[in-house]
Write a protein that binds this ligand. Structure first.
Ligand code: NAP
Ligand code: ZN
Ligand code: ZN
Length: 348
């Protein structure tokens, strides 16, 4: 069995620390990938600290993986040794329910298998994520990467990228639409880049005044500091669509006030406490509050190919794995520009 090592949380309180384990031999349709880079998603922090009550320890986080294929099963068609492969939040699903057949594996009726802290469908073990040396995955759940893109900056596309691309596409964000992005973090900065690339009037809503210049450079047509009541009032009833990526518990009513008639606020951020909804804010504009989760395998590949055509990647701060606990603390202070990515060569 291929040996592996990574950084794991052993409980919700103590920092991540080195951890040795093994991967299974790749099956006929599976590939073994050496992890080159892994993005640091706020979900990794929520999970490591068991903020959603779903953690299983030891927990090796990481679901924004770019790596190099080092072995392939006999029936693998799309990858050969030496190729770059990318792995996101989902590594398996039932493959036969209606959502799976439609390529919406994230909505699998039987529940998709997550990249870490989930029960592996093949051997019943607990999945271990990408803060590690390698990964074994069925080729159906691996993606190809446009060759000219910087691999460290591609890694965050596998979660932050698809989680923002998918709802912006679903709600048809494009020319003539005024679109808000709440939170300029890992997800938010990708949402802003996509909203801009899709041709919408993109407005960054942020609690951090100091991020204003960056937001404009990242593609915002306007920046609104959401704690400034007057600035928010000036945009009342003017947005077609708002994507809320905030990671901490917050009042969503100020954002509902910004929606036009028939506008939608879509939540992708997953704070540990659910938000309250003021129904009056909905009925007075027939507004919708919705949610969205990553994306299926075909749409994830489509997003990567689109990023290849448009030269879109994440803005990253590359760190050695030994700095992961510091990175978590900085993420909590909203001090990320705009995604940490671990260079996995630091593990050796
Ligand atoms: P992140 O990089 O830490 O960014 C979160 C941003 O939220 C912060 O930079 C901050 O932006 C904003 N924020 C924080 N506290 C806030 C508050 N009280 N009010 C308003 N805004 C606040 O996190 P991330 O990796 O982008 O993840 C964001 C959330 O999405 C997490 O909860 C994560 O678990 C979730 N997530 C969901 C999915 C999905 O499929 N739905 C996938 C991945 C991640 P400003 O400084 O600009 O205010
Ligand atoms: Zn994520
Ligand atoms: Zn299924």
């Amino acid at each position: 069995m291929p040996a592996s090592k990574g950084f794991a949380a052993q409980n919700p309180q103590t920092p991540l620390a080195p951890y040795n384990f093994s991967r299974r031999e790749p099956g006929p349709t599976e590939i073994l990938v050496d992890v080159l880079y892994c993005g640091v998603c706020h979900s990794d922090l929520h999970m490591a600290r068991n903020e959603w009550g779903q953690a299983v320890y030891p927990l090796v986080p990481g679901h924004e993986i770019v790596g190099r294929v080092t072995a392939t099963g006999k029936e693998v068609k799309n990858f050969k040794t030496g190729d770059v492969a990318a792995i996101g939040v989902i590594v398996d699903s039932c493959r036969h329910c209606a959502p799976c057949k439609r390529g919406e594996e994230h909505f699998c009726d039987e529940g998709a298998t997550l990249t870490y802290a989930a029960k592996d469908r093949v051997d019943g073990s607990i999945t271990m994520g990408g803060y590690s040396a390698n990964y074994v995955v069925d080729e159906r759940f691996a993606h190809t990467v446009p060759a000219h893109l910087d691999l460290a900056a591609v890694a965050p596309l596998l979660c932050a990228g698809i989680t923002t691309y998918s709802p912006l596409r679903h709600w048809k964000v494009g020319p003539g639409k005024k679109v808000g992005i709440v939170g300029l973090g890992g997800l938010g900065h990708m949402g802003l880049k996509f909203a801009h690339a899709f041709g919408a009037h993109a407005v960054q809503l942020t609690t951090s005044l100091k991020k204003k210049e960056d937001a404009l450079k990242l593609g915002a047509d306007e920046v609104v500091v959401s704690t400034d009541a007057n600035a928010m009032k000036a945009h009342a009833k003017s947005f077609d669509f708002i994507l809320d990526t905030a990671s901490a518990p917050h009042d969503i009513d100020p954002y509902l006030q910004l929606l036009k008639q028939d506008g939608t606020l879509t939540l992708v951020g997953l704070p540990e406490k659910p938000p309250a909804v003021n129904v009056f804010s909905l009925i007075t504009r027939r507004a919708s509050v919705a949610g969205s989760m990553i994306g299926g395998m075909p749409e994830t590949q489509q997003m990567l190919d689109y990023c290849g055509q448009k030269n879109i990647t994440a803005d990253v701060e590359v760190i050695p794995i030994q700095k992961i606990n510091e990175a978590f603390e900085r993420m909590l202070k909203q001090d990320v520009k705009y995604r940490f990515v671990i260079d996995m060569s630091s593990l050796k």
